[in-house]
Design a protein around this ligand. Sequence first.
Ligand code: ATP
Ligand code: MG
Length: 358
Amino acid sequence: MQIKPRLLTGDTPTGRLHLGHWVGSLENRVLLQKQYDCYFIIANVQGFTTRWDRPAEVHQNVLDVALDYLAVGIDPKQSTIFIQSEVPAIAELTLFFSMLVPFPRLMRNPTIKDEVRDKGLGDNYPVGFLFYPVHQVADILAFRAELVPVGEDQVPHLELAREVARRFNQLYCGVDPHTEDKDYVARGGLFPVIEAKLGRACRLVGIGAPNADGNLLKMSKSLNNAIFLSDDPDTVTKKVKSMYTDPKRLRPTDKGTVENNPLWVFHEIFNSDKVWVQEAEERYRQGAIGDVECKKRLIDVLVGIIEPVRQRRLQYEADMQQVLAILQEGTERARAVTGETLQLAKQAMQQQYFYFRT
Ligand code: ATP
Ligand code: MG
């Protein structure tokens, strides 16, 4: 039997999943399930980095993310869905890996800086928040994954995972530092130097107004600017109607700006009628089409994508026992794979002293 390469990716349970997750990562995951041995992590410990005071919310969101996965077509017979906190080898590897990451390197991470600003964390966030990229390195390396499909904001974290993999392989497995990334395992390294795989829209914007710097924020579960894959048609309609567009355009006959306008960002990504989109954008620029018509079209497109997902979600929601059984089975598989990695890592670090009987 041919062994499939492993793929690892996942989500923080800070809410339900949205259209940004769909184009940024979920769509790729569904497509890659046959080719790769897929592991999807629900990173609940990471949920605590910003929700340490809201355990019930994190608990509910773990179930929400699992439901969303199943609803978009992640097949539990082919792929593994698991809960981070129930896989102790990840936490153990995090500690060892933290020795390989210089502290100033963590502080320079641009995604961390963006999150501190956009989530209003001020200067009072916990050590665990700053530490989560290292934890995420362990999530990935614990599976010795070769491919990681993510959105753009995750690229700095993946770079860290690549650096840690190289350093570990050089220091503890004796791999020559001049080795090319793709050859590390063939030269005796334990961890592949992973590849990121970006989705077709790696940073979908939210439906709200830009921030103080004039940039549109990314759609995010925790920024109150998302259209969720579980939103019903009425909610989708309301959200699209309230969507930020060109603020200078007061009447349909005013000339409009297409650039940096969520209405058109969404049409370009989700509307398969490319001819209409191109023509309508031109008419919008000239003041020859109203926002109302363009929004109505967008509502139809989005409801067409979201409604089948929502219906499948409702079916799973009616049988939460089944969902929990899927999570338990997946978590057991994840424990087996990561337990093996931890043993191999300890051997490489010369820190395996005995074999336990249990
Ligand atoms: P939070 O607000 O809690 O940070 P989030 O909406 O940013 O939540 P994450 O769980 O941090 O979602 O991200 C999960 C995955 O989805 C990551 O790979 C991330 O890059 C991707 N992703 C999240 N938001 C978007 C987006 N707007 N566009 C494209 N990809 C996204
Ligand atoms: Mg995020």
